[in-house]
Design a protein around this ligand. Structure first.
Ligand SMILES: *[C@@H]1O[C@H](CO)[C@@H](O)[C@H](O)[C@H]1NC(C)=O
Ligand SMILES: *[C@@H]1O[C@H](CO)[C@@H](O)[C@H](O)[C@H]1NC(C)=O
Ligand SMILES: *[C@@H]1O[C@H](CO)[C@@H](O)[C@H](O)[C@H]1NC(C)=O
Ligand SMILES: *[C@@H]1O[C@H](CO)[C@@H](O)[C@H](O)[C@H]1NC(C)=O
Ligand SMILES: *[C@@H]1O[C@H](CO)[C@@H](O)[C@H](O)[C@H]1NC(C)=O
Length: 269
C-alpha cells in the first residue's frame, strides 16, 4: 500500500508534535512544580509522565502551559493561590516567551537565572509576595516587552540597566518597597521610546525622582521632626531653669526663715 504524500506529511507532523519533550523543558517543569506550593491542587496534571511529554500540538497536558514546536513557550499560571518560590531551573525552559505567574502568593526572590531566558518577551509576576532586589541581569533578556512586578515586596534600587530594554512597552513596579532614585533611563526615556508615567512607580515609600511628584510631605515631616526636637529641647531647658529658680527661691526663703529664727533666738543686747 502506498501512502498519499499529504497523509505521510500529516503522519510525520503528528510524530513530530507528540515527540518527547526537550530534556531542558522537563527539568524546568519538574523544578518549577517542586519549588511551588499548590494548596488547592490546581496543578494536578503537573505530574512526572506529563513533564516527559508535555506537548500535544500547541496545547499541553499541563494546564497553563502552551507549546510551540514541541517546546514550552508560554506559562500562564495566574490566580491559582500558588505559594512557594520560583525555581532558578525555570531558566531551562529556554524557548519561553511569556511567563505569567501573576495574582498568586509566591514568595522568595526573583531568580537571577531568568537572564538565560533569552526569548522572554512577557514577564508578569504582579500581585505576589516576591522579596529581594530586582536583578539587573534581567536586562539580558533583550526581547522583553512587558515587565510587570507591581504589588510585591521587592526592595532595593531599580536597576538602571533595565532602561537598555528598547522593546519595553509596559513597565510597572508600583506598590513594592523599592527605594532610591528612579533611573532616568526608565523615568525619562528618549522621545522615540514608550514612556512610563508615575503610575508605574507609585506606592514605593522611599522611591523618588521623575516622573513621581516631588516629595513635599517628606521634607515637611522632616522639618516637623526637627521642629519638635528643638521645641521639646527648649521646653525642657525652660522647665529645668524654672525648677532651679523655684528651688533657689525656696531655699532662699528657708534661709531667711532660719535666719529669722536665729535672730529671734539671739539674745538682745
Ligand atoms: C492530563 O494529562 C493526560 C495525559 O497524561 C491527558 O489525557 C488529560 O487530558 C490531561 N488533563 C487536563 C485537564 O489537561
Ligand atoms: C538549567 O538551569 C540551571 C540554573 O539556571 C543551570 O545551572 C543549568 O546550566 C541549566 N541547564 C541547562 C541544560 O541549560
Ligand atoms: C499582569 O497580570 C495582571 C493580573 O493577571 C493583569 O491585570 C495585568 O494587566 C498584567 N500586566 C500586563 C502589563 O499585561
Ligand atoms: C528628561 O530628559 C531631557 C532630555 O535628556 C532633559 O532635557 C530633561 O531635563 C529631563 N527631565 C527630567 C525631569 O529629568
Ligand atoms: C499612565 O499610563 C497608563 C498607560 O501606561 C495610562 O493608562 C494612564 O492613564 C496614565 N496615567 C496618567 C496620569 O497619565
Amino acid at each position: 500500500m502506498k501512502l498519499k504524500p499529504s497523509l505521510l506529511l500529516l503522519l510525520l507532523t503528528c510524530t513530530a508534535l507528540s515527540s518527547k519533550s526537550h530534556p531542558n523543558d522537563e527539568t524546568c517543569l519538574t523544578s518549577l512544580k517542586q519549588s511551588l506550593k499548590d494548596p488547592t491542587n490546581s496543578l494536578q496534571n503537573w505530574t512526572k509522565p506529563n513533564f516527559a511529554n508535555p506537548c500535544s500540538g500547541f496545547t499541553s497536558y499541563l494546564p497553563g502551559a502552551t507549546c510551540n514546536n514541541g517546546r514550552i513557550y508560554k506559562l500562564s499560571l495566574t490566580n491559582l493561590a500558588l505559594q512557594g518560590s520560583i525555581s532558578p531551573f525555570l531558566s531551562n525552559c529556554t524557548n519561553l516567551q511569556s511567563l505569567d505567574l501573576s495574582s498568586n502568593s509566591i514568595s522568595g526572590p526573583l531568580p537571577t537565572d531568568l537572564q538565560y531566558l533569552v526569548n522572554l518577551a512577557v514577564l508578569n509576576l504582579s500581585a505576589n509576595s516576591l522579596e529581594g532586589e530586582i536583578p539587573q541581569q534581567i536586562a539580558m533578556c533583550a526581547y522583553l516587552n512587558v515587565i510587570d512586578l507591581h504589588e510585591n515586596l521587592l526592595t532595593g534600587l531599580i536597576p538602571q540597566q533595565l532602561g537598555l530594554l528598547v522593546r519595553l512597552s509596559a513597565f510597572d513596579v508600583s506598590n513594592n518597597k523599592l527605594s532610591g532614585p528612579i533611573p532616568a533611563s526608565l523615568g525619562n526615556r528618549s522621545a522615540n521610546l514608550p514612556r512610563f508615567n508615575a503610575t508605574s512607580f507609585q506606592g514605593n515609600k522611599d522611591l523618588y525622582g521623575y516622573p513621581l511628584p516631588p516629595m513635599k510631605s517628606k521634607s515637611l515631616s522632616v522639618l516637623a521632626i526637627v521642629g519638635i526636637g528643638l521645641g521639646s529641647g527648649l521646653a525642657s531647658l525652660v522647665l529645668s531653669f524654672a525648677g532651679v529658680c523655684i528651688w533657689l527661691k525656696i531655699s532662699e526663703q528657708k534661709m531667711a526663715l532660719e535666719e529669722g529664727k536665729i535672730t529671734q533666738l539671739m539674745p538682745e543686747y
